[in-house]
Every structure is written in structure tokens, then in C-alpha cells.
Design a protein around this ligand. Structure first.
Ligand SMILES: Nc1nc2c(c(=O)[nH]1)N[C@H]1C(S)=C(S)[C@@H](COP(=O)(O)O)O[C@H]1N2
Ligand SMILES: [Mo]
Length: 555
């Protein structure tokens, strides 16, 4: 009798896959928030990002950045991370759905009593795959690998149990309720609606709880755990756009209280508030390192291999403070992947003098699997190449590389590893993480200039002006001149505000005696040696974007 009944189709298997996998994924997120347990959705997207060929991953990143900017979806870095997390979640969901469909297809050829065995086997397979992905990333964790593997496999066995149970019940039930049975019998549709209601509730609860539990920023915990005194945050540096300064500028005042050129109102802050500093890295979440047990071994071709603790680096050496603008090589023209903050650390050369390298290159490895190779000629001849442990006067935030990272002027961010866990002196140059994926070997900063604003008006001696302003940057090459052009007019020289340091961006301003109408405003900069920036448009890959930034403005 029962075996004559129509078997549940694999499309029902698809639906069941969604219904069971969704709460399982929510459970993973919840356990991560509660206990730092592994998170297969994020592991999966990170694994995919590591494994895909450079061209494809770049195409993916470029399209993502393009969409975020094109649709004005907010900060490029944060939106991109969110998109990655959503993609990773989708991948695990799809894996669960496909597995469930396979289970249904297989079971339809078998006896109902095999339901649990087959579904559990599928769950085990999923568990083993995701545990393997997790272990391959080798992210630092306070939990032992055994605990993490048992957790992942266990949750997927639970998945198998649920799929097996639902399949078994579906096969027992009538596809649709028989119209006139005396006993109210549950049909398949009603059963699935009930299951769906339950799993939807679980999913929403789990996801909601894990969102509520997510720490806003791990910064506080890091600071609390590492009470080493740090230089004061540079609050006074954030003056760039205070109301008072704006009011003064709107009145046409040329100088601020320090006697520096007053930026045009609407120009970005000269010193980036730490929470606004851009963030770019290869993982959907930062590796969390315990500063008390972390060490920095310097090994390989050295006369005296040494291992440093974080406290030794902080306390045994005179700190160096540098104001630094850094940009990502993936920053499109006038993009938001560029920021300025204060870096504190020690000259790399100091450590090199202690270990005495006998090879010419330093391979730096990181907790997230990133690596880069530094030509030791650079730090040996430049004591402003530092191993940094603080940003803006506080220990590096987890997302910005806690406990240490390196600063190398004139190079894009891709040359400057965060979360450093090892250094090995080698004899021959090797390609670093992004170089292997087709990006620039040298990653030298391109001279760039950007218009931030062209809005604020003021009147002086009967003439009305609009203050145009923005930034220009060439790292340590410096900026000698910025020029602005309105429509087809001549290039006009802008005024330059004295920069915070020899390697930060410079704020410029041009007061324009405008004619009402709609105008195309362009900007270009010359570096310290008088060389004009590359005016031709080039994409970010492989050497960093170039081109003249323009803005269409109605006044
Ligand atoms: N370990 C590690 N270091 C890294 C990266 C990374 O993915 N992993 N990304 C690099 C890139 S491409 C940039 S632009 C800068 C960004 O630093 P930030 O995120 O702290 O601003 O870090 C660099 N250092
Ligand atoms: Mo970058």
C-alpha cells in the first residue's frame, strides 16, 4: 500500500534542504558569537577567495567595488565584507540544498528504513568537507582543532538527522489529504508548512541572537587585555572640519588658528578618525591573536635568530611616531580606500641589526595566510620603515593587524602585512600573496589628486567665490603643485595646506570666482620632483589607478 504511494520528489528535497540548512547556518553564527566556534559560511568564502585564480578573484573584487560605488551602497570596505559574508552563507546553503536533493534521489530508490543512514552519511560528508576547509585556513583560535572539527561534523550530523526524519515522515504521509477520511490526517503539504514554520522561527531566533551578541568592535577587549601605556590619541589632529573652522572658511578666511591654509568646507578630515580608516584584507573576518602568547620569530639566513614578545617590542625600544597616509592598490580613482592615521612602532632596522641577516630578503608571514617579501635594502637604509604596534595611540585594532604590522612608505597597502606571525630571511626574492595573483611586484604609490567638494560660497570685495578642495598624495615623493581647471579653461594653481608629515596627503584649496551654471571641474597634481601625475586613465590592476579626477558641479 504505502510503497505504491508517490515518493517525495527531489524538488521537495530542495525545499527541505533550505528548511534544514537555514537554521543550521544560524546555529553556526550563534555559536560563533557565543563561543568563538568555527563559522563554515565565512571559512568557505575565504577558502574560495584563496583558491580561485588571481584573474577571477580580481574580476570579482572589481565588479563588487564597481557595484558598491555605482549604487552608492556606502563604504566600499564594509559593504564588500558584508557581500562576502552573504556569498559565503549562500554557498553553504547551496551545499546543504544539493546534499538534501541527493539524499531524496537516493532514498527514492531505497526502502524507507534507510532514511536515517543515508541522510546521516550525507551530513557526515558535509561535515568532513567543511571541517577540512576550516582546518586548511589555519586561522588562530583559542579552541583546539579537535573541538572545532567535532563541532562542525556534529552540527552537520544534526542536519542529516533532520533531513532523514523529514524524508521518512514525508514518505509515510499522503501527498494530499484524502477528502473524506474520518480521522484528520496530516498531508505532506501541511507537514512541510509546520516544519517550515519551526525552522524559520529557529533561523530568525539564531540569526537575531547572534547579531545582538556580536561585539561592536573588538577594540575595547584588546585595549583592556593589553594595558601597556600608549601615546595619547591625536584628538587635536582631527580638527580638519570642525564647525568653527568651517565658519571661518565660509567667511573666506584663508588661515586657521595654527596659521595653516584653511581647507575648503566639505574637504575630508585631514586625519582620519580611526573608525573610518579603510580596511582591506583577504579574509571575511580578522584573525584574533592573543597578544600575551604571540611571539615574533626572526629566522632563516641570520647570524642570531631571535624571538620577540609583544611586550619586548613595546618596552625595550624607543618608539617612533609617524603620520601616515596609506592606500590600497585596488582604490579606484577618487575611491575611499585611502586614509591617514598615526603609526607607532620601532624601526625595522633595529631588529635587523640584532639578528644580522646574511640574506637579502625578508619573507613575512601572517596569521591569515597572507605573505609578502621585503627587500632588506629598504629598511637597512630607512629608519622610518617601522614595525608598528599602535595606531592613533592605541594598540592596533584586531581588524587592522593586532599585534604588529609593518609600514613601508611609497608602497601600496598590499606590500605592508598586518597580523605578522613570522619573519624569515631568504636568499632570493619570491612573489608575495597579491603578486602571485597578478598584481604589481613593486606596488609603488601613484601620484593622485581628488576633488572632495565644490560647494561652499563666500564673498570678498564684491566677488562671489566657491571654495573647491580635496586631497593630493604621492606618499614620500611629496606634492609640489596642484592645479584645477574649470571647463576648457586654463589650469590654475591651487593653494596647498602644509601636510601633517612627509608621507601624508596634502589638502588643497582653490577659491573660484565662479560664473553661474554647470561646470566640469578637474584636478591634477605634481609630485615633489615636479613630475605630473599620469593623466591617462588606467584601471587599478595591476599597478594602481591613474587618471584626472573630475566633478560636474552646478553653481
Ligand atoms: N596579513 C595581511 N596583511 C595585509 C593584508 C591582508 O589581507 N592580510 N592586506 C593588505 C592590503 S591589500 C592593504 S590595502 C592593507 C590595508 O590595511 P588596513 O586594512 O589596516 O587599512 O593591509 C595589507 N596587509
Ligand atoms: Mo590593498
Amino acid at each position: 500500500m504505502i510503497d505504491n504511494m508517490k515518493k517525495p520528489s527531489i524538488w521537495t528535497g530542495l525545499l527541505v534542504g533550505v528548511l534544514v540548512s537555514a537554521p543550521i547556518i544560524a546555529l553556526f553564527f550563534l555559536a560563533d558569537a557565543l563561543a568563538g566556534l568555527p563559522l563554515p559560511p565565512l571559512d568557505t568564502i575565504d577558502f574560495v577567495a584563496r583558491t580561485l585564480p588571481g584573474d577571477i578573484i580580481t574580476l570579482g573584487i572589481d565588479s563588487m567595488v564597481g557595484v558598491i560605488r555605482g549604487l552608492n551602497l556606502g563604504r566600499t570596505d564594509e559593504t564588500a565584507k558584508l557581500a562576502e559574508q552573504i556569498m559565503g552563507t549562500g554557498m553553504v546553503l547551496v551545499a546543504g540544498v544539493i546534499a538534501s536533493m541527493i539524499v531524496f534521489a537516493v532514498l527514492n530508490r531505497m526502502n524507507r528504513s534507510a532514511s536515517f543512514i543515508v541522510a546521516l552519511a550525507a551530513g557526515l560528508a558535509l561535515g568532513v568537507i567543511f571541517a577540512g576547509i576550516h582546518l586548511s585556513l589555519a586561522f588562530p583560535s583559542t579552541l583546539s582543532p579537535a573541538v572545532r572539527v567535532v563541532w562542525i561534523v556534529g552540527v552537520f550530523l544534526l542536519w542529516g538527522l533532520a533531513v532523514g526524519w523529514i524524508y521518512s515522515d514525508l514518505r509515510r504521509l499522503q501527498p494530499v489529504a484524502a477528502p473524506d477520511t474520518a480521522v484528520q490526517q496530516l498531508d505532506r503539504r501541511q507537514f512541510l508548512v509546520r516544519v517550515g514554520g519551526a525552522t524559520a522561527t529557529l533561523t530568525v531566533l539564531g540569526a537575531g541572537l547572534s547579531l545582538a551578541l556580536r561585539p561592536q568592535d573588538a577594540a575595547e577587549t584588546v585595549v583592556a587585555a593589553n594595558p601597556t601605556p600608549m601615546p595619547e590619541p591625536s584628538a587635536t589632529l582631527e580638527a580638519g572640519a570642525t564647525a568653527e573652522a568651517n565658519a571661518a572658511a565660509e567667511a573666506g578666511a584663508q588661515l586657521d588658528a595654527e596659521g595653516k591654509l584653511q581647507p575648503a568646507p566639505g574637504t575630508r578630515p585631514e586625519y582620519t578618525p580611526l573608525e573610518n580608516h579603510y580596511r582591506i584584507d583577504i579574509s571575511s573576518r580578522p584573525p584574533i591573536i592573543d597578544g600575551d602568547t604571540w611571539t615574533l620569530p626572526i629566522t632563516g639566513l641570520v647570524e642570531t635568530p631571535k624571538t620577540y614578545t609583544l611586550n619586548e617590542l613595546r618596552e625595550n625600544y624607543e618608539p617612533v611616531d609617524l603620520l601616515v597616509t596609506m592606500a590600497c592598490i585596488s582604490n579606484p580613482l577618487a575611491g575611499d580606500l585611502i586614509s591617514t592615521t598615526r603609526w607607532t612602532g620601532i624601526p625595522f632596522k633595529t631588529l635587523l641589526d640584532e639578528v644580522k641577516p646574511t640574506g637579502g630578503w625578508m619573507k613575512i608571514t601572517c596569521a591569515d595566510g597572507f605573505d609578502e617579501v621585503v627587500d632588506l635594502e629598504l629598511p637597512m637604509n630607512d629608519e622610518t620603515i617601522i614595525i608598528a604596534y599602535a595606531w592613533d595611540g592605541q594598540p592596533l585594532l584586531e581588524k587592522h593587524g593586532f599585534p604588529i604590522r609593518i609600514h613601508i612608505p611609497e608602497r601600496f597597502g598590499m606590500k605592508q602585512p598586518k597580523w605578522i606571525t613570522g619573519m624569515e630571511v631568504i636568499a632570493e626574492w619570491e612573489e608575495g600573496y597579491w603578486v602571485r595573483r597578478g598584481w604589481s611586484k613593486e606596488a609603488m604609490v601613484r601620484t593622485t589628486s581628488v576633488i572632495d567638494t565644490a560647494e561652499a560660497k563666500f564673498e570678498q570685495d564684491g566677488t562671489e567665490y566657491v571654495s573647491i578642495g580635496g586631497i593630493a598624495w604621492a606618499s614620500r615623493r611629496g606634492i609640489s603643485k596642484v592645479e584645477v581647471r574649470i571647463g576648457d579653461g586654463e589650469w590654475q594653481e591651487a593653494e596647498l595646506r602644509e601636510p601633517l608629515s612627509d608621507r601624508t596627503w596634502i589638502l588643497w584649496r582653490y577659491d573660484w570666482a565662479f560664473e553661474p551654471g554647470t561646470h566640469n571641474i578637474q584636478v591634477r597634481a605634481f609630485d615633489g620632483s615636479g613630475e605630473l601625475q599620469v593623466e591617462e586613465s588606467n584601471p587599478v590592476r595591476p599597478d594602481g589607478a591613474t587618471g584626472v579626477h573630475s566633478l560636474i558641479q552646478r553653481v
